[in-house]
Each structure stands twice: as C-alpha cells, then as structure tokens.
Ligand binder design. Structure first.
Ligand code: GTP
Ligand code: MG
Length: 240
C-alpha cells in the first residue's frame, strides 16, 4: 500500500487548512475568479514538490499540462530562490506540455503515465482541466458528450494519482449560476457539474482579498473540517 505524501503550498496557514499540504493519491481542485491565484499556486507547487520530504516537499518531478498558455518559466526562478533551490535544476524537473484540444490533453496524459513509470514524479498539474472541453463542446446539445469525455479524462487522472502516488492539482473555472429565484445569493459555481464534483476529492474555492492577499475556502473535502485560510501571492510564490 502506498503512503500519502503531503506537499507544502508555501503558506503555513494554507497547509494547516489542508491537513499538511496538497496530497498525493487524489485530485485536488482549485476554482475561483480570474487572478484568484490558481495558476500561481500551481507554479509554487512546481517548486515545493521538488523539496526533500523533511522540508515538506515530495522529492519528485513535476508534470505540467497547460491549456491556457499561462505557465511562465521565469516565474519559477524567484520561487526556487525563495526555497533555496537551484532554478535551472528545478526547471529541468518540470515536464511541460501545452494542450490545444481535449483529445490532445487526454493523449498527453497517456504519454505522461509512461514517463511516470520510469521516473519518480510526485505532482501532475492540469491548468485548466476544463477550458478545452468548454471550447471543443460549445454547441447546444453537446453537453452530455462533453461530460462523458470529461469523466474519462478525470478517471485517467485518478488512475495516475493512485498508480504513481502522485498529487494531481487541477484548476477549474467558475460559471454564472442564474439559479431559480429573483435574488441571487451565490451567483458563481464551479464548472464541470456532477462529473467534476465526483472526481475531485478536495475542492478549494479561491478568492481575492486586499492587495496580494488571497483567501482559500474548503468547498468540499470528506476528511477536512470546513474553514478558510488567508495567504499571499508574491514574486516568491504562495506564502503567508
Ligand atoms: P485565471 O487563470 O485568469 O482564472 O486566474 P488565476 O486564478 O490562475 O490567477 P493567477 O494565479 O494567474 O494570479 C495572477 C495574480 O497573481 C496577478 O494578478 C498578481 O496579482 C499575482 N502575481 C503573479 N505574479 C506575481 C508576482 O511576481 N508578484 C506578485 N506580487 N504578484 C504576482
Ligand atoms: Mg490561471
């Protein structure tokens, strides 16, 4: 039986909320409005995953699937320096791929699984998991097919998490929820419906605070108490 590894987010408050950090063997989803910190957390995890275990890292490599073209290798440099690591070595251990269609995204996962069988990976990022599905199945009447393909992709991600003891970190978009009534109390919800809700073990809702502050709320997680943590996004990545 594989034992779970918890990878630091760079913020002690956020780590505590998560029971120690982002977990291997399952999918952690972050959703929230634009600039809420989803991609910056991904960049920070790219570095912290490579820290040794005794420094709350995962002592492993990182795979990054980017569907929005927002990965910035130059952002990795100050984050690596902040953790006292060699930036070039850190960059060498991030396997990066840009996906252009949902099928491409799925095929990249198959290739990565083969790589993970040979080298020690501890984190797989898909930023964002749903954007290409929303583009490729944008027509009316395509929702059922989209959800079926999305379920396939998510089941592949779960398999990878369990087979290779990897943490899977996915980002998701929020969509307007007009609701049924006149008064909208919570107009935003995560995209992906029941399929995504079922696949993601830990669902985090991010929002902007003042300045560099961001707030993370546990939206759904079977083993975590409800709560919030405040963290910052700085040039050195996610921090307290
Ligand atoms: P979308 O992908 O647009 O939905 O947003 P996101 O949630 O992925 O946001 P992202 O993580 O890209 O956050 C972007 C924000 O992070 C920027 O608006 C800045 O506020 C902050 N940020 C990014 N890089 C730096 C940096 O080098 N220094 C500081 N202080 N803040 C940064
Ligand atoms: Mg982003």
């Amino acid at each position: 039986r594989k034992s779970v590894v918890r990878i630091t987010t760079g913020s002690q408050a956020l780590d505590e909320l998560l029971g120690g950090g982002i977990e291997t063997l399952c999918i952690t989803e972050a959703f929230g409005e634009f600039r809420s910190g989803k991609t910056q957390l991904a960049h920070t995890l790219c570095v912290s995953t490579q820290l040794p275990i005794h420094m709350h890292g995962g002592n492993g490599k990182v795979a990054y699937i980017d569907t929005e073209g927002t990965f910035r290798p130059e952002r990795i440099v100050p984050i690596a320096e902040r953790f006292g690591m060699d930036a070039n070595a850190v960059l060498d251990n991030i396997i990066y791929a840009r996906a252009y269609t949902y099928e491409h995204q799925y095929n990249l996962l198959l290739g990565l699984a083969a790589k993970m069988a040979e080298e020690p990976f501890r984190l797989l990022i898909v930023d964002s998991v749903i954007a290409l599905f929303r583009v490729d199945f944008s027509g009316r009447g395509e929702l059922a097919e989209r959800q079926q393909k999305l379920a396939q992709m998510l089941s592949r991600l779960t398999k990878i998490a369990e087979e290779f003891n990897v943490a899977v970190y996915i980002t998701n978009q929020v969509i307007a929820d007009p609701g049924g009534g006149m008064f909208i109390t919570d107009p935003k919800k995560p995209a992906g419906g029941h399929v995504l809700a079922h696949a993601a073990t830990i669902r985090l809702m991010l929002r902007k605070g003042k300045g560099e502050q961001r707030v993370c709320k546990i939206f759904d997680a079977p083993n975590l108490p409800e709560g919030e943590a405040v963290f910052q996004v700085t040039s050195g990545g996610v921090t307290d």
